[in-house]
Design a protein around this ligand. Sequence first.
Ligand code: MN3
Length: 228
Amino acid sequence: MHDDLTRREALKTAAVVTGAILAGDALFIPATARAEGGLEQPPLPYPKDALAPANISAETLDYHYGKHHKGYYDNLNKMPEAKGKSLEELVKSATKDTPLFNNAGQAWNHDFYWQSLKPDSAKHAPKGKLAELIKTYGGVDKVKTDLTAAAMGQFGSGWAWLVLDGDKLAVEKTSNADTPLAHGKKPLLTIDVWEHAYYIDFRNKRADYVKSILDHLINWEFAEKGLG
Ligand code: MN3
């Protein structure tokens, strides 16, 4: 854990130098900030056991962050066509359903997913512009109900999203590595519904995993910052 924190501090310093985005204590570094030496998987914004009270175990994060997510970065760094480009550029420009798009989309989506979760976030209600947009949408409970429906309605692997579409909130789902970023929308929050996200802790019970996230981990502050 100490090494993770040290690394995060070093990346924060690098972010100040290169103009990367710091979202509170969390770090979301556009890959342009470190494109020289290839794309680098950002550190988790919390210790690996931080989500355990919400039943997402350190073991899950060992595999999900340490194997699956890392694997997408490793794959990208072996692809000549990815060289010198930021992750966002790759997601927006690569042809869908190619290895380049799939690995870039998955790397980006997971960066975003880790930031979409925050230990003990149930204490924090949406505020400011986000609270206004949610009111127009129909309320926090409607956002949660619709995110649950999107997560449960995604057949097979994919993602459930809260996005800004024009000037309104929308909830949607994407398959496999697809992402609203590639469709001109602004992602605000995401829930990974690939089985690797929940199978260790929840086995086949995707609904329980989604409920645990929405009850305990969904990071409204990150969504607020995403609105700018
Ligand atoms: Mn995943």
